[in-house]
Design a protein. Structure first.
Length: 131
């Protein structure tokens, strides 16, 4: 899976799981909403979203095929098959395989990306008074 840069802020009363609320453009906006919806002194967690896309690694696909086909090939064939494939060609194959896989996921009604909350920070309401 590949990762895109973080984009929005979310908040929660738990530091993990699916209980994050948002999105907010700034950390301050996420904290403000959290404070409005929290009990006095309740701990708040804030984190930034990251979109994780489905991506197929061609090198892993080739290795998997070689490993599963070992009994069908001559032993030394594994040393020569695809050994001249350049890194650029592997990257292009990865892109092509990813496109095909995403098409199938969409056909099956499955997501091709997820929003994940990263870099979660603990925010104590007392920080408001000292800030």
């Amino acid at each position: 899976m590949s990762k895109q840069k973080a984009s929005k802020w979310f908040w929660s009363h738990r530091d993990e799981g699916n209980g994050f609320s948002g999105p907010h453009d700034t950390r301050e906006a996420a904290v403000q909403e959290a404070l409005e919806q929290s009990e006095p002194g309740q701990v708040i967690y804030v984190g930034k979203s990251e979109i994780v896309e489905v991506e197929v690694d061609a090198d892993v696909v080739i290795d998997n095929w070689l490993n599963s086909s070992f009994d069908l090939l001559y032993e030394d064939a594994l040393e020569y098959w695809c050994h001249k494939v350049s890194l650029d060609d592997l990257a292009k194959l990865s892109q092509d395989l990813s496109k095909v896989f995403k098409k199938h996921l969409a056909r099956w009604g499955e997501p091709t990306s997820w929003v994940v909350i990263r870099n979660i920070e603990k925010y104590l309401p007392e920080q408001e008074k000292t800030a």
